[in-house]
Design a protein. Structure first.
Length: 76
């Protein structure tokens, strides 16, 4: 079950508190501590090609788009 399916199901069970508690107990996605899905881009939400140097927390595509605004220069 993906994250979007989980959110959709919680909206449907909003009016049924007993079923909602049981659903959350067994199906709630856990907070990631390790691996690729623990770090995601702050701008677009991508998981791959993550740049965490200097506390940026951006994917490489977003970094290329806003690098000049942040103050990085291209040397070559």
């Amino acid at each position: 079950m993906g994250a979007s399916d989980w959110k959709k199901s919680t909206r449907q069970l909003k009016n049924k508190p007993a079923k909602m508690q049981k659903f959350l107990k067994h199906n709630k996605p856990k907070e990631r501590k390790l691996g690729i899905s623990s770090r995601k881009c702050e701008r677009c939400g991508r998981f791959g090609a993550h740049i965490s140097s200097y506390g940026l927390n951006l994917c490489r595509q977003c970094f290329r788009e806003i690098a000049v605004e942040i103050g990085f220069k291209k040397y070559s």
